[in-house]
Design a protein. Structure first.
Length: 142
């Protein structure tokens, strides 16, 4: 995916959902966990980067209450067959399977008129749950 496409997606999505920008400090510590039913909160990280679909508003609220920031992970350049919104993506936007990820296909990011509302929905999920930011994955190829 080209830088201009990524910027186009960011410009289209960002203003609609952002009320204030969170800017982590240079020495911010991170804990990244995208899978599993149990989130390891023993890590003293400042920021938790977790799956946006699996995270609950209660979990995020609890992390906030303990002084952490929460970044929600979603794929923006691929579709994973197991996500709750997978059936909303028409076959016309699905490309080849990602190497090493048999349940995931690249998205044809040239079809922004189809993908923009789907990605806005994902961003809205994150906002509704209280995420401090988004970690958009797979924006580096098609």
């Amino acid at each position: 995916m080209s830088v201009s496409t990524v910027l186009s997606i960011a410009v289209c999505i960002g203003p609609a959902l952002v009320s204030a920008w969170y800017r982590p400090a240079v020495d911010t510590t991170w804990a990244i966990q995208y899978s599993g039913t149990y989130l390891d909160v023993s890590n003293p990280a400042t920021v938790y980067d977790i799956d946006g679909f699996n995270a609950t508003a209660n979990l995020i609220s609890g992390l906030h209450g303990a002084g952490h920031r929460v970044i929600c992970y979603f794929s923006a350049g691929s579709i994973e067959s197991y996500t709750p919104d997978a059936k909303q993506f028409p076959a016309s936007v699905a490309g080849k399977v990602l190497d090493g990820w048999p349940d995931e296909k690249w998205l044809d990011v040239r079809q922004l008129s189809i993908l923009r509302p789907l990605m806005l929905n994902r961003a809205q999920i994150a906002k509704d749950k209280g995420c401090d930011g988004l970690d958009w994955d797979n924006v580096d190829g098609y």
